[in-house]
Design a binder for this molecule. Structure first.
Ligand code: NAI
Length: 336
């Protein structure tokens, strides 16, 4: 029996990196039946809807998705596709492992970075509740609930326990947003008490940002509400070589959608310059999720071998290979 998986190539560099990731996953020998569902800026603008029903139907059938980035139309008041998808399927946990890859030149060459970011995915300032009370006066509501805060905290601690991680750091601004971030922090503390073997720390988000740049190797698991999680993820990506290499997963109770942290990168779309590593590593997470751990390890180590060899890296990480040449190299290691 094949695994069924919804494939959303997206737009911009999405179709290029999605094609590369599918080639790599298929080369592991795992039997996946990809159910392709198109979603891009043109479809959104034409249909006037952020999420077409066929996309939700497909994900409700397969329960697993591999997704390329989708451009959010700036005009027309459209909600971000990603925000809409996470809410529609209740994908409450955004999981982003940020790790040093061999052979990449960064500012932290002699430091090994290995952290996992857990970002609450459904509320906070992404609730979309904005109002113009009177002309030129706007409010944007930050929503924090006990249910969502406890759920993401428990998810992060459970992950830590299962994966032998030592420390969880909750990141907040409860000194200013005493009620909202205060509730988030209270929930994290309560959940932390149920995991006495895992060290629990708290950092205010501005200090955390500085510490991340000064001492990235001291971080293990980061636990954040939505907005700080979004910003800190990109910061962390910059520490290990950029957005081209950082994967991600949106996890819910019943559905999971795997996608890179990066967006549709219109500046390099269609030029064969995109680095598919981030979506390939997202596919490694997908393979683990569907129980294909051998294939996941094979893919992970083939990607690392290409980086170690250093001959076929894309421009964003200091090489000159095309998306296709990098993918050929990964497939060679997979088959070799
Ligand atoms: P972006 O992540 O698309 O690009 C930022 C910079 O990183 C650009 O210089 C780009 O060339 C580079 N970059 C990103 N991914 C790369 C890759 N795989 N290989 C090499 N270089 C890469 O962020 P930006 O420009 O802010 O957003 C563009 C569009 O993407 C927007 O419409 C935004 O709404 C959308 N977006 C979609 C996301 C998703 O669907 N998950 C996530 C983030 C943004």
């Amino acid at each position: 029996m094949p695994h069924y998986c919804t494939l959303i190539p997206g737009d911009g560099i999405g179709p290029e990196v999605a094609h590369a990731a599918v080639r790599a996953v298929d080369a592991t020998g795992v039997d996946i039946c990809w159910k392709r569902a198109e979603l891009n800026e043109a479809i959104i603008l034409e249909s006037g809807k952020t999420l077409p029903q066929y996309l939700l139907d497909s994900l409700n059938e397969t329960r697993v998705g591999l997704k390329g980035p989708v451009t959010t139309p700036v005009a027309g008041g459209f909600q971000s596709v990603n925000v809409a998808l996470r809410k529609a399927l209740d994908l409450f946990a955004n999981v982003r492992p940020v790790r040093t890859l061999p052979g990449i030149k960064t500012r932290f060459e002699d430091v090994r970075i290995d952290m996992v970011i857990f970002r609450e995915n459904t509320e906070d300032l992404y609730s979309g509740l904005e109002h113009e009370i009177v002309k030129d006066v706007v409010t944007s509501l930050k929503v924090i609930t006990r249910t969502a805060s406890e759920r993401i905290a428990r998810y992060a601690f459970n992950y830590a326990k299962k994966n032998g991680r030592k420390k969880v750091t909750a990141i907040h601004k409860a000194n200013i947003m005493k009620l909202a971030d205060g509730l988030f922090l209270r929930c994290c503390r309560e959940v932390a008490q149920q995991f006495p073997d895992i060290q629990y720390k708290e950092l205010i988000v501005d200090n955390a940002s500085m510490q991340l740049v000064m001492r990235p190797e001291t971080f293990d698991i980061l636990l954040l509400p939505n907005l700080y999680g979004d910003i800190v993820s990109d910061l962390a990506a910059g520490l290990v070589g950029g957005l081209g290499i950082v994967p991600g997963a949106n996890m819910g109770e019943t559905h999971a959608v795997f996608e890179a942290v990066h967006g549709s990168a219109p500046d390099i779309a269609g030029q064969g310059k995109a680095n598919p590593t981030a979506l390939m590593l997202s596919s490694v997470m997908l393979l683990i999720h569907i129980g294909e751990t051998n294939a996941a390890h094979k893919l992970q180590s083939s990607i690392e071998s290409v980086y170690r060899e250093g001959k076929y890296l894309t421009g964003d990480v200091g090489g000159s290979a095309t998306t296709e040449e990098f993918t050929d190299a990964v497939v060679r290691f997979l088959k070799g």
